[in-house]
Design a protein around this ligand. Structure first.
Ligand SMILES: Cc1ncc(C[n+]2csc(CCOP(=O)(O)OP(=O)(O)O)c2C)c(N)n1
Length: 556
């Protein structure tokens, strides 16, 4: 049976009409009518996550896995504000997260009544759309309510996805669940427009440029896009830079460009400077690439995206191309001449090939354990990478082309990784892999609570006793506050926390233990989630990292 509240019924029925069936629910009484209505219809798959901060990231993990919108439902008051970190991540990763919050009557705000604060538009400019529903008393209210929910759901799934907020005021009595049916509701259909441009001027510009560089930012795997890019690269002299988070791996592309730019000698920089840069997709991790292109600005820089937002990462944007990136590259490829000689590609590629990954014989360290884990990942794995050093260290190792990579690089919050991976694993049928640092792990610890039903996680926890990344930042490494405060140095072990969560724990403090542990960690048949804690030494890890970078300097 459903709640009798009509704005609740409209919300739930419209989410169903839009095909949104994954609902992450945090407990509460004000949202109990919503919870009752969602959970009474077998169309919806409801997940319970008690703390809203983790619930938001858990929902993001489901979105990453299913590539579809997901709703998270919370009660009133600070519950809503705890969703802000996930909303910001969804905004900058362009993920369709729908926040459905229950609210109390606004006349009680600031009147010493309980669990109430101004909720409408609580996320400000971080949500694509925020609507405050009326309580339905007549036909006009009903039409208005339906229209507002449609507006929010269209905004969330239109050409450019992003988080939206639907605030649902629900006055007492709350618990009348005597409604037998969801109402028939109007869905306003919005076929996503296909945008086109005149490609000829772009093709001409391309042909007139000699040094072309394409940068692929973070994006989900899209085999069609990968093929189109391959055709372009075969046909033309151009360089394609990709990171693991671009999900676009190819032997002909360059993924070690961050190390390459580090190794590049000053007097050679001019040869590597592009005159045309094309950038598509989301974030790139490499600060060196951003620095290189800001210092060596291309004459022409196109950003290709579904949205009209200006993205001028290299401070030299000449064209903002609002178009489906795949179509743009396809059209471009079809309208340019084939080139036999590829001097610019050969220049970059031959240097890239001289820069090897860290060797197998480096000491037991962050880099060593990361490399060993990555080498053993099976084909078609789903790999999540925490922010901080993890995503950067992983970039130094080759990845199998079929592996899909996920990372919350929207705003890089270290609280986000663990709950997102758990949300992902909750709907994914196979094994889900994660590499994570200790501060990121302990920050997200609460998300391990109550997950013994999730059996498909394989986590490498690299415990170097603090925020390793801060020990690598030039200038910061000599500061007296570094160890204790900036990097929050600690001696905490994860063992007891992991065991209390009902997950299988293994640890590794040297190469032999690592080898043994990894063979269990990679065992997909093991019927329990596994976390392997690698105890690395901060100082050794720092030195191994430095020595690697020192060595690649001689690649010139
Ligand atoms: C929510 C949030 N708070 C603080 C930071 C700043 N921050 C960036 S990296 C980092 C340390 C991460 O340490 P750890 O997870 O142990 O990874 P490591 O660098 O050791 O690999 C911190 C605190 C952040 N990114 N997000």
């Amino acid at each position: 049976m459903f709640s009798v509240k009509k704005n609740v019924l409209q919300t739930v029925a419209l989410l169903k009409e839009y095909g949104i069936n994954q609902i992450v629910i945090s407990p509460g009484s004000r949202n109990a009518p919503l919870i009752q209505t969602f959970s009474s219809d077998s169309f919806f798959e409801c997940h319970t996550v008690v703390d809203e901060r983790n619930a938001g990231f858990y929902a993001i993990g489901i979105i990453q896995c299913a590539q579809r919108p997901v709703a998270v439902c919370c009660t009133s008051g600070s519950a809503l504000l705890n969703l802000a970190p996930a909303v910001s991540e969804a905004f900058y990763q362009q993920l369709p997260l729908i926040v459905v919050s229950a609210d109390r009557s606004p006349e009680w705000i600031g009147q010493m009544d309980g669990q109430i604060l101004p909720q409408p538009n609580a996320f400000g400019s971080l949500s694509r759309k925020s609507v405050n529903l009326p309580e339905i008393k007549n036909d006009t209210d009903e039409w208005y309510c339906n229209r507002l929910i449609n507006e929010a759901l269209i905004a969330c799934t239109a050409n450019i996805c992003g988080p939206v907020h639907i605030n649902v005021p629900i006055s007492e009595p709350l618990f009348d669940y005597s409604e037998e049916n969801l109402p028939k509701v109007r869905k306003i259909n919005y076929p996503t427009p296909v945008k086109t441009i005149d490609i000829i001027p772009f093709a001409k510009k391309w042909s007139n440029s000699k040094k072309r560089l394409i940068i692929i930012g973070q994006q989900p795997k899209n085999n069609e896009f990968v093929k189109t890019l391959e055709l372009l690269a075969e046909k033309s002299d151009c360089i394609i830079l990709n990171e693991h988070i671009s999900n676009c791996i190819n032997d002909n592309y360059i993924s070690n460009f961050d190390a390459l730019l580090y190794a590049l000698e000053e007097d050679k920089v001019a040869d590597y400077k592009p005159d045309l840069v094309i950038y598509t997709g989301g974030h790139i991790t490499s600060k060196r690439l951003k620095h290189f292109l800001r210092q060596n600005k291309p004459e022409v820089f196109w950003y290709i995206s579904n949205a009209s937002d200006v993205v001028d990462t290299f401070q030299s944007l000449t064209n903002l191309v609002e178009m489906q990136p795949h179509n743009f590259f396809k059209n471009l490829s079809e309208n340019i001449e084939e080139e036999k000689d590829k001097p610019f590609y050969n220049l970059w590629k031959s240097f890239s090939e001289k820069i090897a990954s860290p060797e197998n014989n480096i000491p037991f360290s962050d880099l060593f354990v990361t490399g060993q884990f990555i080498k053993l990942l099976p084909e078609n794995s789903k790999l999540h990478l925490a922010s901080s050093s993890t995503v950067r260290n992983a970039q130094l190792f080759d990845l199998k082309q079929s592996i899909e990579v996920y990372s919350n690089r929207g705003v890089n919050g270290i609280e986000s990784t663990l709950p997102s991976v758990i949300g992902f694993a909750s709907v994914y049928k196979g094994i889900v892999y994660l590499i994570i640092g200790d501060l990121s792990f302990f920050y997200g610890l609460n998300s391990l609570w109550n997950i013994s039903h999730i059996k498909n996680l394989r986590i490498l926890l690299v415990n170097n006793g603090g925020g390793g990344i801060f020990h690598l930042l030039p200038g910061l490494n000599k500061s007296s506050s570094l160890k204790e405060y900036v990097s929050a140095g600690h001696n905490t072990q994860a063992e007891k926390w992991i065991e209390a969560s009902g997950l299988h724990y293994i640890s590794a403090s040297d190469k032999d233990e690592l080898e043994n542990g990894l063979s269990l960690l990679m065992n997909e048949e093991f019927g329990q989630s596994i976390i392997m804690e690698a105890h690395t030494d901060m100082e050794t890890s720092k030195n191994v990292f430095r020595e690697y970078y020192h060595k690649i300097k001689s690649a010139n």
